[in-house]
Design a protein around this ligand. Structure first.
Ligand code: ATP
Length: 595
């Protein structure tokens, strides 16, 4: 299915469409329509069930606007850039690395230095995709993707729309660790919007400027905590490691999670664990596993915080698209926020037995440092304290030198009042490491739709349908009175709908057009079951009956109205299959659309 076919279906059936159309549209912003919003919500619930509830993690909801200090500390102000090249003729902006990927065999051009990208543009005579003018010689610039805003009136305080949900979790770590009773490991999740001022949004909801992320930040003790690998050790992964990507005849490696960790293909056991969980979850939500791979980031491609990183990629209309990222962020974010805020981003780890240790301390004589170093005296004192902890032998000679902001300060060792004390310690402060599975909800919605798209023929008529997993389908069941001008049929339809809604199912009704057309409409939005209320069901002398039709096979059974709600619930939770129903009830051979 091409991108265009999918976006036409998405628009026609209310999954998603470009926003603000009446004002000419705004590139990079999409509205999820009634079907899309329901599908997205179901997908988020399935993610929450897997990565929050079943993992014993807790979910928070942080603001989407955050002050500049957060992104100064996190490194986003300096490093969250993409390569921009502007066409001198038409003024259109393009992502330089994407132009190269589109025109050459190079797969991850964002890992290349700017000068090399400029050279490749020249070498391959790349032209502006909008107007066709030559781009050779145009400068390639690093463009920061964050949206800037002002917090409060007037000049206010500088703020940014968060480019990832993660920072809202990191900055609250000192409080969140209290809720976790200072016990590692613990995980905090968040599902919510993130904003990136993408240079050239494209492919519908795949690259947009506002999108939803579902992220888990797992805080672990780097020395003590191991993941419960046994849970996923035998899950098969299709991996695309760095060396295979770089080899001329490189190929995928099919391996279990357990073996991939054992032989070091996946370096971090935690990352391996989440790759296994994710693979199972992708199967649950209906991603085609033959079109899913896990690709390791090339060294130059890693985010500024990431130590090792793998992406889950889905094949969409012939291209591999990242739908989720799995990173080891080490203690980078917590350390940076600790340095910038002065708060402690550590957890106290109690020793099994108290330990007696020698601790080097200094108590600098400020009456000497003050006159000598003026405003820098405080920082010199702090630097002496940290040096004593790090390297006590530096205080062996008569003078000791420390560096503050690139300048060296020499102090008499006597003035530092260096001492080694023997102390008994109950534990130590540990800065957790962070493992982050990060999912792009919109891209997964897109994948699920594309991978669920089917074409076949029913009763000699071609149809298209979405074989969505019932857990994700926007509507659980559609109820149709066979004709709309029969009071008994319409009132029974209304009763059936009300009863199914009371059972917690999402129900739609439709009484317009032929039954065949109504089935096709539901098939196209992936409704797994349709109920038709017809005269045969009310005219017998027994119980009222209806027909129930399954989307994928178009098979139908006739069953009593009073059994319907329980059977549909069992079908949607997986407690029953449609074949069970075919064995239990009368099959309806003729498609009711022909009656
Ligand atoms: P890309 O390389 O495609 O720009 P990324 O590596 O910057 O993505 P991450 O920072 O790892 O993405 O974000 C986590 C997830 O968020 C991605 O796997 C993707 O699904 C989603 N995502 C990132 N950027 C966008 C975007 N502009 N539009 C839609 N989803 C996005």
């Amino acid at each position: 299915m091409t991108d265009r076919e999918l976006s036409e279906l998405a628009k026609r059936r209310g999954f998603f469409f470009g926003s603000n159309g009446v004002y000419g549209g705004t590139a990079g912003f999409y509205t999820f329509g009634p079907q899309g919003a329901a599908l997205k919500r179901n997908l988020e619930d399935a993610w929450r069930d897997r990565f929050t509830l079943r993992q014993g993690n807790s979910e928070i909801e942080a603001p989407t606007v955050m002050p500049e200090a957060v992104f100064e500390a996190s490194g986003h102000l300096d490093g969250f850039d993409d390569m921009l090249v502007e066409c001198a003729t038409c003024g259109e902006s393009h992502r330089a690395d994407h132009l190269i990927e589109d025109a050459t065999d190079i797969e991850e051009a964002e890992s290349l230095p700017v000068a090399e990208v400029e050279e490749l543009i020249r070498e391959h005579d790349l032209a502006c995709p909008t107007c066709g003018a030559e781009l050779a010689g145009e400068p390639v610039e690093e463009f920061n993707l964050m949206f800037e805003t002002t917090i409060g009136p007037g000049s206010g305080q500088s703020g940014y729309l968060r480019p990832e949900t993660a920072q809202g979790i990191f900055v609250e770590f000192p409080r969140l660790k209290e809720y976790a009773r200072n016990q590692l490991p613990f995980g905090v999740t968040q599902i919510g919007p993130a904003y990136r001022n993408e240079i050239s949004p494209r492919r519908g909801i795949i690259r947009v400027r506002e999108f939803t992320q579902a992220e888990l930040e797992k805080f672990v003790d780097p020395e003590r905590d191991d993941p419960p690998i046994g849970e996923v050790a035998d899950v098969e992964l299709t991996l695309y490691p760095v060396d295979e990507q770089q080899a001329e005849d490189g190929d995928y490696v099919d391996v279990t999670v357990g073996d991939a960790i054992e032989d070091g293909t996946v370096e971090s056991a935690w990352v391996g664990y989440y790759l296994g969980l994710a693979k199972r979850w992708f199967r649950r939500i209906g991603v085609d596993l033959d079109r899913l791979r896990f690709r390791q980031h090339l060294p130059g491609e890693r985010a500024h915080y990431a130590a090792d990183c793998w992406d889950a990629e889905a094949e969409l209309a012939g291209n591999w698209i990242e739908i989720a990222g799995f990173s080891t962020r080490s203690d980078y974010d917590l350390r940076k926020h600790e340095e910038h805020s002065g708060e402690a981003f550590t957890v106290f780890r109690q020793y099994d037995e108290p330990k007696t240790v020698e601790r080097a301390t200094v108590d600098p004589d400020m009456s000497v440092l003050g006159p000598e170093f003026g405003g820098d005296a405080g920082e010199v004192a702090t630097a002496l304290e940290s040096l004593a902890g790090r390297d006590p032998s530096a205080f062996d000679s008569e003078e000791v030198t420390v560096e503050v902001d690139g300048e060296e300060y020499t102090v008499d060792t006597d003035v530092a009042n260096f001492e080694v004390e023997t102390v008994t310690e109950a534990g130590e402060h540990v800065r957790p490491h962070v493992i982050e599975p990060s999912f792009g909800v919109g891209r997964i919605v897109y994948t699920v739709l594309e991978h669920a798209y089917r074409e076949d023929a029913v009763d000699g008529e071609s149809r298209t349908y979405l074989a969505l997993e019932p857990e994700l389908a926007p509507t659980d069941v559609a109820v149709f009175p066979l004709v709309s001008n029969d009071d008994r049929l319409t009132s029974l339809s209304a009763e059936v709908s009300a009863e199914l809604r009371a059972e917690g199912l999402s129900v739609t009704t439709d009484d317009s057009g032929s039954i065949g057309r109504r089935y096709r409409r539901q098939d196209e939005i992936g409704t797994p079951f349709c109920v038709t209320v017809d005269r045969d069901g009310i005219e017998g002398d027994g119980k009222e009956t209806v027909t129930l039709r399954e989307r994928d096979t178009a098979a139908q059974v006739r069953l009593p109205v009073d059994a319907l709600a329980a059977e549909l619930s069992a079908l949607s939770t997986g407690g029953r299959t449609f074949v069970d129903l075919e064995n239990a009830y009368e099959s309806v051979e003729t498609d009711v659309s022909r009656t």
